[in-house]
Design a protein around this ligand. Structure first.
Ligand code: ADP
Ligand code: MG
Length: 675
């Protein structure tokens, strides 16, 4: 048996159980061993009954007084009760419906009972405890993520079984010299310790080793990518037309915008392909930067492609660009799913023969039959929606074109530089002048009426507003269902005002209609789900109410709020929630106290796991099993040693670096590395 052995070779794993394990991402014995516990139960610290903490899990070692007695309390429900003692005090044990557990207890025998102790000072009690015999039981035990059909204990048993066969499934990919230098535990020992810790210290040493490994491999992979991408390109940008463009603008670019443009153009004129991330908070003016680059690239004789994740956004960029370029001879076309077949054909022909200079669109742009004559620059907006694969697909339509990826998800600067190791980064950390700060309040539903009155007041002054609800259709009863909700308020509280409804399940054409009515000002109040989240720009809308605000993460709330405060008027955001839990309260507090996207991102990162924040789904980056990207100290260490290693042995030729290569392609699972 080795790490690639199918889990079905383990005893107790048949086809059915294998399917369940597959759902957890476990296909091989190696996967199983890399399926780390999510937490631990400490059965190694024994409490006495008298000193057991209230309502906190603990382990008690006690002798059973009498065999548990069962009593049927209703159909299908039997409870078993007994009393145990640790020699000092007594404790009641209640077991629900678990005949097997109850009958395994013998009078006069000693067991370990793990659970929360309740009751009162006269007689304490434990309900549905986990029970284990004393021998071998006094230790730290793993708790695994479980799924329907397999519980944590069953997974623990399988891991044990694998370790009964051998203990050295993995080859260490970290060079011995580096392990010595950093005092890193050997790989097999580390993995074993994570499942079956000797004590708290060893488990944290094991974690440190595995986190370092992940970050180290991750960094090396990104550095390799960046290295590979320093390729020369036939796209020859020789002249900078930025000044000509900015002279035609109704406003002056901010310092940050100008810097981003200059950095990009310098790179594009270097004969090496540009791969750049443009990171800027909502409203920081990324589109104008994109337009400046487009202008120069087109004037140098190349075509540009500009891809947005939604129809609405593509529409908006199209309009914005038409406006930016209205006094030029730049030919612009829009290609989305809702363009008629005849039009599509025509656009594709004109694109292929070079008549169109700038194509703006959605995923429709990456279809096979979209061809360019000479694609020079690819821009993707809100790239975290696309993932790396799509980004690559569009670039593939030209010969090593330059790329600019725009993201409105602020990521703490140091992290961005490391995370996007394969990209250069420009940051817009300055908002266009004249913006009024957005005021944000969090209220409960009892005050909803007052909030609505406040909205009305703004609408009466000629402004527009949003009400955001978390869901599309009714379903979960406690959620404000957008559809019914908008109908209700349109008929009720806001009768006499034009209310629009926008949600993700609408046909693109209908969405577009709703949106254009809002943009034109015909619709005063827009009830929407999160589809307005990205990029929608209506400077006249100054008020936003977010219902069930607790349902949204911090970054999402920030994105939503970014739809207002985009013009010269003072804007207000009202978060409505009745949620009392700590996480919700903390998010509300952050939102009401700052509008700084980078601060919010920091908080978001702290509150959520890295899986959520940087998960592969969001950013097209590999998923990490164990590392938190908040482990900045380790991240820095990994970064430093990865740099040293890449300089010393860029192709991993040295014997001790050989295993790194495999580890990298495993972490980046093929697809990413190929792009
Ligand atoms: P982002 O995409 O970064 O969220 P946009 O590109 O949509 O931001 O720009 C937001 C608004 O700010 C737009 O209405 C745009 O015309 C305007 N804008 C951009 N740059 C400037 C600037 N330098 N001065 C004034 N207004 C600007
Ligand atoms: Mg935008």
């Amino acid at each position: 048996m080795d790490k690639n052995t199918n889990i079905q070779y383990l005893k107790g794993v048949g086809e059915k159980r294998a399917k369940i394990l597959n759902k957890l991402g476990i296909f091989t014995v190696g996967d199983l061993l890399r399926f780390y516990p999510r937490d631990y139960m400490d059965w190694s610290k024994i409490s006495s009954i008298a000193s057991a903490p209230f309502d906190e899990s603990c382990c008690i070692r006690a002798i059973v007084n009498h065999k548990p007695r069962g009593a049927k309390i209703r159909k299908g429900m039997t409870i078993y009760k007994t009393v145990v003692t640790d020699g000092e005090s007594l404790m009641n044990i209640t077991i629900f419906n678990n005949k097997y557990a109850a009958e395994s207890l013998e009078a006069g025998e000693e067991y370990l009972f793990y659970g929360k102790v309740g009751g009162n000072f006269h007689r304490r009690e434990m309900t549905s405890p986990l029970i284990a015999p004393v021998e071998n039981g006094i230790r730290i035990r793993p708790i695994y993520h479980q799924s329907a059909g397999i519980n944590s204990k069953a997974i623990e048993k399988l891991v044990r079984q694998a370790y009964d066969i051998r203990s050295d499934y993995f080859t260490d990919c970290i060079p011995q010299s580096l392990r010595d230098k950093l005092c890193l535990m050997e790989i097999n020992k580390a993995v074993y310790e994570l499942h079956f810790p000797t004590n708290e210290d060893t488990v944290s040493e094991a974690r440190r080793r595995l986190i370092f490994e992940e970050l180290f491999i991750f960094q090396l992979g990104l550095m390799k990518l960046k290295g590979n991408r320093k390729e020369s390109t036939p796209v020859s940008i020789t002249e900078d037309f930025t000044e000509e463009f900015t002279n035609s603008l109704p406003f002056t670019l901010t310092g940050a915008q100008m810097r981003a443009v200059t950095e990009s153009i310098r790179q594009m004129t270097s004969n090496f392909t540009m791969n750049r991330l443009l990171q800027g908070d909502v409203g920081s003016g990324k589109t104008a930067v994109a337009a400046a680059l487009i202008y120069t690239v087109v004037k140098n004789g190349y075509q540009c492609a500009f891809m947005a994740p939604t129809e609405i956004l593509a529409q908006q960029h199209y309009k914005t660009c038409l406006n930016f370029f209205k006094n030029t001879d730049i030919k612009i076309a829009l290609l989305t799913g809702s363009v008629t077949a005849a039009n599509k054909r025509e656009i594709k022909t004109r694109l292929k023969n070079g008549e169109i200079n700038l194509i703006i669109g959605t995923h429709a742009l990456i279809q096979n039959d979209v061809e360019f004559q000479n694609l020079g620059l690819v821009i993707t907006d809100e790239q975290h929606r696309f993932g790396v694969k799509h980004r690559g697909a569009l670039s593939g339509k030209g010969d090593r074109p330059h790329t600019l990826v725009m993201s409105a998800t602020p990521i703490p600067r140091t992290l961005a530089l490391m995370l996007y190791g394969d990209l250069d980064v420009s940051i817009l950390d300055e908002l266009p002048p004249g913006r009024q700060p957005i005021e944000t309040y969090a209220i409960d539903t009892a005050k909803r009426h007052r909030a609505f009155n406040y909205v009305k007041k703004h609408l009466d002054e000629g402004r527009q507003g949003y009400i955001v609800c978390p869901l599309v259709e009714e379903g979960e009863s406690d959620l404000a269902a957008a559809q019914e909700y908008s109908e209700n308020i349109a008929r009720g509280f806001f009768s006499g005002y034009t209310v629009g409804l926008l949600h993700g399940k609408m046909k693109p054409k209908d969405k577009e209609e709703v949106m254009s009515k809002f943009v034109s000002g015909e619709t005063k109040l827009l009830v929407s789900t999160t589809v307005i989240e990205v990029g929608v720009d209506v400077p006249n809308s100054v008020i936003m109410v977010i219902e069930n605000a607790e349902r949204f993460g911090l970054s999402q709330l920030h994105q939503l709020r970014g739809r207002i405060g985009r013009g010269k008027y003072k804007s207000t955001c009202i978060l409505i929630t009745d949620a009392q839990n700590e996480s919700a309260q903390r998010r509300m507090k952050v939102m009401t106290s700052t509008t700084d996207g980078f601060k919010i991102a920091d908080e978001d990162l702290k509150m959520r796991g890295p899986g959520d924040f940087f998960g592969s789904r969001q950013h097209g980056l590999p998923e990490m099993k164990i590392a938190m990207l908040t482990d900045t100290a380790l991240l820095n260490e990994a970064n430093r040693f990865a740099r040293e290693l890449i300089i010393d042995d860029p192709d991993f030729i040295k014997e001790e670096n050989r295993n790194l290569k495999t580890a990298i392609s495993e972490l980046f699972s093929g697809e990413y590395v190929m792009n």
